[in-house]
Design a protein around this ligand. Structure first.
Ligand code: PMP
Length: 465
């Protein structure tokens, strides 16, 4: 019941009434306006009370569950979420008297975990490096907790109220705010709720509006195997219920490097702090706007704020360690370049290859350790599982010669310490005091292994005798 004392005031009855109605703002400074024939505008979902687009589906899913009886007064909500949906659910739960438990992977930025706890929610963190059917995976843990607590599981990946919320609110807002002149809508896809719901509405108004999905390189939406990439909240290793390819006119794959650099550029040049997935969407939208005409109006959907990524995308040390930036001219990359051609490519062993194969590979190449990497096309070796070391393998084999035929993953050791290709040589030297070898990363992916011998040879070749 509306309180008559609020009549005539501009006081919202609760924070929930402030969901949606986010502004559209023109982007004029990320690119020279002359370089972009089309008008580029951003739908700023950061102005939702929870700071992201996910407030919208959170509310719609909870209201639907109340209507169907799946959620009873005082009940519990359990959801695997990378954070933003959690915030939306936690806000609605706080207003309507529910408990929340959120399950997420250790890939998620630590600030996001603290944020959910700040809203009074319980958070369970699970390892990202396990298969979805593993009992430790965040899907399995969420399933178990749902049973144990007889909780309501919104399941944003399958819940039709997720895309419906965008059909009911985001689509109409954009249509109205652009006076029906929108020609292209660009959005990242995770659950696909935002892109599909908005696309449905926009295409109903004008079937000629082009819908463009921005996707991390490696994710299934743009033809990858689903991993690995570092940008959070977008891309998948499966096709969620809301994935409706017939609605998308194009899918553009964007690398982690381009996503992160664009997030930083937009924040610095426009004064709009955005996250990695927003950077990814903007990078795709700029491609679209570049090939557009002056009559085109491209709307890019920015799901959340860069505040959730201060310790990653916006942290210089983090960016350098993953090989996204250069700290110096003569850095780790210079040693690799100078090294003999036979060692330029990453030598590695797959987790399911045998110990015998690993030993043969080390011997053939004269190396004493190998990273254990999953071969995830289109990237030759993209996902690091661990490492094997000649000495350690010898010890295991001495105890049991049968080990020669077991898969490497059964006996491998932890990851080699990592260093970015653009980090200082002094840093590599320091790290090599305690580690036999380092794994060099470039654009977030393994590039090569660096040893003390490599650095010695590099200095030796440069010495002025
Ligand atoms: N960016 C971020 C940061 C997100 O958390 C999400 C939601 N997973 C998305 C983009 C993608 O939105 P959707 O799930 O609606 O496809």
């Amino acid at each position: 019941m509306a309180d008559p004392r609020l009549d005539g005031t501009q006081i919202a009855d609760s924070v929930i009434d402030l969901f949606g109605g986010t502004p559209l703002v023109r982007m004029k400074r990320t690119m020279e306006v002359e370089e972009l024939p089309a008008v580029l505008a951003m739908k700023m979902e950061t102005t939702n009370p929870g700071g992201s687009s996910k407030d919208r589906p959170a509310l719609e899913m909870i209201l639907a569950a109340e209507r169907s009886g799946e959620l009873q007064p005082g009940g519990t909500i359990v959801e695997p979420t990378s954070g933003n949906t959690g915030v939306g659910l936690a806000i609605v739960a706080a207003q309507r008297g529910y408990e929340c438990v959120f399950v997420m992977t250790d890939k998620v930025a630590p600030e996001k975990i603290s944020l959910l706890k700040a809203y009074g929610a319980e958070v369970v963190v699970c390892p990202v490096a396990v298969a979805p059917d593993d009992p430790q995976s965040y899907y399995s843990v969420a399933e178990r907790l749902t049973q144990e607590r007889q909780a309501f599981r919104p399941n944003q990946y399958a819940n039709p109220n997720n895309p419906l919320s965008h059909y009911k609110t985001t689509g109409p807002e954009i249509w109205e705010q652009t006076a029906g002149r929108i020609t292209h809508f660009v959005a990242g896809a995770g659950t696909c709720g935002s892109i599909t719901g908005t696309a449905q509405y926009l295409k109903e108004q004008n079937p000629d509006v082009k819908i463009i999905a921005a996707d991390p390189e490696g994710s299934v939406f743009s033809g990858g195997s689903g991993r690995p990439y570092l940008v959070e909240g977008v891309g998948e290793d499966f096709f969620p219920a809301a994935w409706q390819p017939e609605l998308y006119d194009e899918t553009i794959a964007i690398s982690d490097a381009d996503s992160f650099h664009m997030a930083r550029k937009v924040s610095e040049t426009e004064g709009i702090l955005i996250g990695g997935s927003g950077g990814m969407a903007v990078a795709a939208a700029i491609q679209v706007a570049k090939r557009g005409t002056p009559d085109d109006l491209v709307v890019v959907f920015n799901p959340d704020s860069g505040r959730g990524y201060l310790s990653r995308v916006f942290d210089d040390a983090w960016m350098a360690n993953f090989g996204f930036t250069n700290e110096c001219e003569q850095c780790v990359g210079a040693v690799l370049e100078a090294r003999s051609a036979t060692l330029d490519n990453l030598l590695y062993v797959n987790p399911d290859e045998t110990v015998r194969t690993a030993i043969e590979r080390m011997r053939a190449n004269g190396v004493s350790q190998l990273p254990v990497c999953k071969n995830t096309p289109p990237f030759a070796a993209a996902e690091v599982s661990g490492s094997v070391d000649e000495l350690e393998l010898m010890e295991v084999i001495a105890d049991d010669s049968g080990v020669m035929d077991v898969p490497v993953e059964d006996v491998m050791g932890p990851h080699l310490p990592t260093i970015g290709v653009g980090q200082k040589l002094e840093r590599a030297l320091e790290m090599l005091h305690t580690a036999p070898a380092l794994l060099v990363l470039s654009d977030g992916r393994p590039l090569s292994v660096l040893t003390r011998t490599d650095i010695l040879s590099y200095f030796d070749a440069r010495a002025d005798y």
